[in-house]
Write a protein that binds this ligand. Structure first.
Ligand SMILES: [Zn+2]
Ligand SMILES: [Zn+2]
Length: 110
């Protein structure tokens, strides 16, 4: 069984929780290393690695507000403003999967 663990982020020094669920997930995939960074720092690194981008304005498919997106909106794909996008992101548990996989790739590269 796993228990929530408190880890310290190497980036900002803040404590963050490596949850039992995440530990189980890591173990299942055979990831040997614990995450080194808190979610905020991981997200910041992701954004930084994307670099400067051109932003496009479109209409949010969800609320009809202005959505700024880092890609040219396509007719056949819905566009969401940051608020609606965040809501959708929160609903997607797959985010954890992507983060863990990315972390593992990073570990291997170091
Ligand atoms: Zn951090
Ligand atoms: Zn919206």
């Amino acid at each position: 069984m796993f228990e929530d663990k408190t880890l310290v982020c190497v980036e900002c020094g803040e404590e963050f929780i490596f949850s039992a669920g995440d530990q189980e997930f890591y173990a299942e995939r055979g990831f040997q290393n614990e995450p080194k960074r808190c979610k905020a720092c991981r997200d910041a690194r992701k954004n930084a690695s994307r670099g400067e981008r051109e932003w496009f304005e479109a209409t949010c498919d969800e609320c009809g507000g202005i959505a700024k997106v880092p890609f040219k909106p396509r007719e056949d794909r819905p566009v969401y403003c940051s608020e609606c996008f965040a809501k959708k992101q929160a609903a997607a548990a797959a985010d954890t999967v992507a983060d863990a996989a990315e972390e593992a790739v990073e570990e291997a590269a170091e």
